[in-house]
Design a protein around this ligand. Structure first.
Ligand code: ATP
Length: 304
């Protein structure tokens, strides 16, 4: 078993501005809120933190703006030991921001990608050494699709496995899907990707992705756990763990971090799924996406 895997995350960094208020304002109305939190986020950065906490040597490629949010996001990654030398600091523009209003149990979110949309294919040429060194490449869809496609092309050039978390949901070209070793949609992302066009069964949709050329399809099912199927194999499930839930933000990111770590240390897919289930269950017992990511020791202590 590889003791300290080297994993490269190519993806987004966002500052989440979380405003709490008693209710959502009416159109044109101003109301007083109760609290505001500035929380480091972005699926790429969250997954990088999850990996680093578990003990992977983690490298990140992405982009931030020349502002205090960007500096804070990079500091947060550095504190967790993520190699940020591949994160570009732009001369102008703004760091990605997710503006989240939590009001009476509802939430509304506006995401401004900002610098994330400047994470470009040519940046990967300068960072090709990192792709060459990595045991596994982890991607999501919060940076331009052409960058994701180019990252997969370079990963395949160097014979590296690719894990794609296809979030936020969007349809993807078959030429991309054909090169993906592990795809990890949640239920609604799977439905969109499979494009079957009528309400269909989970396995039918997963088979569709496998038929299109993905090697392993993993679907997360929230508190119920997750399903997985490799090409030519049976559909399998891992059950969700019953835990005291505090905040499910970033559950998917924790799952992806756990899965990527486990695959990179050469666990079987079944073992890796169980491990990812534990990591993500622990993550929902704490507040915040990055804040909730557990260490390997915490996972081992909690689940024995
Ligand atoms: P998010 O967008 O909130 O990060 P997601 O939709 O990408 O989440 P989910 O399917 O909701 O992903 O959750 C990912 C994994 O996290 C699940 O497969 C499960 O292992 C774990 N998980 C999520 N919610 C719970 C819960 N309430 N209790 C235990 N485990 C959970």
């Amino acid at each position: 078993m590889l003791m300290r895997p080297k994993i490269l995350v190519i993806g987004s960094l966002n500052m989440d501005l979380v405003v709490q208020a008693k209710r959502t304002p009416e159109r044109g109305e101003t109301i007083l809120g109760e609290e505001i939190h500035f929380i480091p986020g972005g699926k790429g950065a969250n997954q990088a933190v999850a990996l680093a906490r578990l003990g992977a040597e983690t490298m990140m490629i992405g982009a931030v703006g020349p502002d205090s949010f960007g500096r804070d996001l990079l500091k947060a990654l550095e504190r967790d030991g993520v190699d940020i030398s591949g994160v570009k600091i732009l001369d102008k523009g703004t760091t990605g921001v997710a503006s989240i209003l939590l009001a009476g149990g509802d939430n509304s979110i506006v995401v401004v990608p900002g610098a994330n949309s400047q994470c470009l294919p040519q940046d990967l040429n300068q960072q090709e050494e990192k792709i060459k060194e990595a045991d596994l490449i982890v991607l999501q869809l919060e940076i331009p699709l052409q960058t994701v496609e180019y990252a997969v092309k370079l990963a395949k050039k160097w014979g590296k496995p690719v894990l794609l978390n296809p979030a936020p949901a969007q349809t993807l070209p078959i030429t991309l899907l054909q090169q993906i070793d592990y795809i990890t949609p949640n239920r609604s992302e799977l439905a969109l990707l499979a494009e079957i066009g009528h309400s269909s069964a989970l396995e039918e949709e997963m088979d569709r992705l496998l038929d299109l050329g993905v090697s392993n399809c993993i679907t997360t099912l929230g508190a119920e756990g997750a399903a997985f199927k490799a090409k030519g194999e049976k559909l399998c499930f891992i059950e969700g763990h019953k835990v005291p839930v505090v905040d499910t933000t970033g559950a998917g990111d924790a799952f992806n971090g756990g899965l990527a770590y486990a695959l990179a240390v050469k666990m079987t897919l079944t073992e890796a799924m169980k491990f990812a289930g534990k990591v993500s269950a622990l993550a929902v017992t704490k507040f915040g996406a990055q804040g909730g990511m557990p260490t390997l020791k915490e996972v081992q202590e909690y689940f024995g």
